[in-house]
Ligand binder design. Structure first.
Ligand SMILES: Nc1ncnc2c1ncn2[C@@H]1O[C@H](COP(=O)(O)OP(=O)(O)OP(=O)(O)O)[C@@H](O)[C@H]1O
Ligand SMILES: [Mg+2]
Length: 293
């Protein structure tokens, strides 16, 4: 029998639900396409994606380059609409972007003319225009501290390192107090040391403020360190989710001891095998295209 709190525990409830999601990017219409209203060069990026994410779960999405991970994240963010299928957030369809979802973009996407403080305050002001200036300042200050940017408040993006810019992105996304944090390869462009350091920061922040997180990453170690679940995508076109793996190592986790947990090596090998196979097919087909035109 399940313990009595099992059913009422928020961890068991679905926060975000993707139901049969497909995304087709329209191609150029030729004259003969007018009859079908579809272009023969339409590109089916992702097809028939189903995924349920429970409250406060950390989910990573991993898959070969170009398979459609950002496409999927942008759909969840409401920045684009699925061609078919539905995305439900707390049971309600997602119709566009909203303050319930904070996004960290791979390319930082900071306003270059604004300081660290101003970049974060801009997001807070936009989402909570009725908050007093004092309260807005308090929130900005709190998140600058949380991501370890104290002392750099008045710097502009061009005066920051990649890791610092990404911290501003994370602070900005968290400062609006979203229910869900969406991160598109936030640490992809960083050197190994800074990356490891920021992974530790993400663990620390997540331990403090459990949220539902969807993280896109290319790094198997990163996914194993941070996630409760890892969704593996197949190669595109028409990419799908091949499998969702449970990562049940105890928390809080430390990178040094992660390899010692039972099952770590097997899980890592499984992910490596999958990524290698999917990536090899993509590479081989691109080599064939280059050779045979
Ligand atoms: N706006 C668009 N119009 C047409 N095709 C697009 C568009 N955006 C993405 N695509 C195509 O959809 C596919 C998936 O792209 P996407 O950026 O989602 O991949 P990804 O998995 O995030 O790749 P990466 O790992 O390199 O970041 C690619 O083939 C890409 O060319
Ligand atoms: Mg991408």
């Amino acid at each position: 029998m399940q313990p009595s709190n099992y059913i009422s525990s928020p961890r068991t409830l679905t926060h975000l639900s993707l139901e049969k999601i497909s995304k087709v990017y329209p191609g150029r219409q030729e004259w003969f396409d007018h009859l079908s209203r579809r272009s023969s060069s339409d590109f089916v990026a992702i097809a028939d994606i189903n995924l349920d994410i429970a409250f406060n779960t950390f989910v990573s999405i991993i898959g070969p380059s170009g398979c459609g991970k950002s496409t999927l994240l942008n759909l969840i963010a409401g920045l684009s609409q699925p061609t078919s299928g539905s995305i439900l957030l707390n049971g309600e369809p997602v119709r566009g972007p909203g303050p319930d979802r904070g996004i960290v973009f791979q390319s930082y996407a900071l306003m270059p003319w604004m300081t660290v403080t101003e970049n974060i305050r801009f997001a807070v002001e936009t989402v909570y225009p009725k908050l007093s200036l004092t309260e807005q300042k308090r929130i900005v200050h709190e998140y600058i501290n949380l991501v370890g940017l104290r002392g750099s408040e008045s710097k502009h993006p061009h005066e920051l390192s990649g890791g610092m810019k990404q911290r501003v992105g994370i602070a900005r996304a968290l400062a609006i107090n979203p229910q869900i944090l969406l991160m598109d390869e936030p640490l992809g462009a960083l050197d190994a040391l800074t990356r490891g350091f920021l992974q530790d920061e993400i663990i620390r922040i997540w331990e403090q403020q459990r949220k539902t997180v969807v993280l896109i990453t290319h790094s198997i170690e990163e996914a194993l360190l941070l996630s409760d679940k890892i969704a593996i995508m197949t190669r595109g076109p028409a990419a799908r989710i091949a499998e969702v793996l449970d990562v049940s190592f105890p928390r809080p986790r430390q990178r040094e001891s992660l390899v010692q947990y039972p099952g770590y090596t097997e899980l890592k090998a499984k992910l490596e095998r999958h990524l290698y196979q999917e990536t090899r097919v993509v590479e081989e087909s691109s080599i064939r295209t280059r050779i045979h035109g």
